[in-house]
Write a protein that binds this ligand. Structure first.
Ligand code: GDP
Ligand code: IMO
Ligand code: MG
Length: 425
């Protein structure tokens, strides 16, 4: 029996993680977010009703499932409280089921200011961040000056830590960026109010997760972003500021590496990317426009149009390796329904797997073409009904990457899936 299953993205994010986590939590006792922050946007569609989650784990719509935000997540209290209140307004019981790690770093207002000032200063070289303060908050974590959730709950400690760290960041804001310094009193008073709101939800998450394991409970670990946005293995510097690959499911929650029984790697049947940076299979033609239109490719967090391209099997294979993927889930297969020809990138030519930004830019993709099926797969739940052309693509993905396809998603709704092997059982 699988006790802990990691669900993560193998591309540049938005692979459909939220949908799959929501689906699989039917058979989980708890769902854990372990990295990233409210830069994530995970969409759940249940009976035509859409919910977008940014920080709260995608198990929250399943009654009785406990939801944890682990130490590896950076938490912006304003965004968290807004998300809790929105869900509660639509009748979801959140506060009795959500637990927040006291060891998680807080995203403070100066992190958001710095993120946005830096992007502006970079001009054309901007990373295209979500502007949520993610990078600066992780920098403070590594620099050992973070205000963590546990510090937020202690008014005196918060006052002392905030005074020191704000002095440091205000110096940069004022003298490097020539912008207005932030007010200590405003940040402090606001933080005290936020602390009161979240106090009862803040716990030792690692300890609780081990209690779950001791009781034989099943845990679902929900990744954010995608493997190509990983700070080490992605398209650096056009990446996010955390490890998005499977190792951080352990470090970002306090599980041991040996507690992870299964890694589900999610990939779209094509590729998208939001923000700047290399994208070898990007399309600028009618096919790209068709993918964007049929896939409704707009960012769930910032609303920006997503760049679209063919599935990149070279990058997917690397993601399978780096994450130790047990099984793949191919999502949005239905988006390809209208295409006469579908291409998969099978080689970067002479180029070894890129390790530098310039190498990424130099990649020239070689493609293998497949016939499309030009009929509807939308909502299909039976592999036997899938057109042979679609099956041929699934088979090719398995052979090329060495990872079996265990799930296929054929529509945005919770129930639109072909389940070949259940990662939870
Ligand atoms: P996440 O960040 O990985 O959770 O993905 P997002 O929610 O940002 O983006 C995925 C989008 O695709 C959402 O709008 C989903 O509703 C939608 N989606 C997920 N799976 C499928 C699918 O199989 N087919 C179609 N057509 N849409 C899907
Ligand atoms: P989910 O979990 C897609 C991208 C941003 C930018 C880069 C760095 O929904 O898949 P950041 O704000 O993290 O410093 O921005 O990473 N990015 C995402 N792209 N989906 C996401 O999350 C993303 N989270 C960050 O667009 O290019
Ligand atoms: Mg998303």
């Amino acid at each position: 029996m699988k006790k802990s299953v990691v669900v993560l993205g193998t591309q540049w994010g938005d692979e459909g993680k939220g949908k799959i986590v929501d689906l699989l939590t039917e058979r989980a006792d708890a769902v854990v977010r372990y990295q990233g922050g409210h830069n994530a946007g995970h969409t759940l569609i249940i009976n035509d009703e859409k919910t977008v989650l940014h920080l709260i784990p995608s198990g929250i719509l399943r009654d009785g499932v406990k939801c944890y935000i682990g130490n590896g997540v950076v938490i912006e209290p304003t965004a968290l409280i807004k998300e809790i209140k929105n869900l509660e307004a639509s009748g979801v019981d959140v506060q009795s089921r959500l637990y927040i790690s006291k060891a998680a770093p807080v995203i403070m207002p100066y992190h958001i200011t710095l993120d946005q000032l830096r992007e502006t200063k970079k001009g054309k070289q901007a990373i295209g961040t979500t502007g949520r303060g993610i990078g600066p908050s992780y920098e403070d974590k590594v620099a050992r000056r973070s205000i963590r959730i546990g510090d937020l709950l202690d008014a005196q400690l918060l006052k002392e830590k905030l005074a020191t760290v704000l002095e440091y960041h205000n110096f940069v804001i004022e003298h490097y960026h020539q912008a207005e310094p932030l007010s200590f009193d405003e940040i402090y008073q606001n933080a005290l109010q936020q602390a009161d709101f979240i106090r009862d939800m803040c716990i030792d998450v690692t300890g609780e997760l081990h209690e779950h394991l001791d009781q034989g409970h099943k845990l679902l670990m929900e990744g954010a972003q995608g493997s190509l946005l990983d700070i080490d293995h992605g398209t650096y510097p056009f990446v996010t500021s955390s490890n998005t690959t499977s190792g951080s499911a352990a470090s970002g929650s306090g599980l041991g590496a040996t507690h992870i029984d299964y890694v589900l790697g999610i990939t779209k049947a094509y590729t998208t990317r939001v923000g700047s940076g290399p994208f070898p299979t990007e399309l600028f033609d009618d096919d790209g426009a068709e993918l964007a239109k049929r896939g409704v490719e707009f960012g769930a967090t910032t609303g920006r149009p997503r760049r679209c391209g063919w599935l990149d099997l070279v990058a997917l294979k690397r993601a399978v390796q780096v994450n130790g993927v047990t099984g793949l889930c191919v999502t949005k297969l239905d988006v390809l329904d209208t295409f006469k020809t579908i291409k998969l990138c099978t080689s970067y030519g002479d180029q070894a797997f890129p390790g530098a930004a310039t190498e990424w830019e130099a990649v020239k993709c070689e493609y293998q073409s497949f016939s499309g099926w030009q009929s509807s797969t939308r909502g299909m739940t039976d592999l036997n009904k899938l057109p042979t052309e679609a099956k041929a693509i699934i088979d090719f993905i398995e052979k090329f990457t060495g990872a079996p396809v265990h799930m296929i998603s054929t529509g945005p709704d919770r129930c639109e899936n072909i389940l070949l092997v259940d990662p939870m059982s």
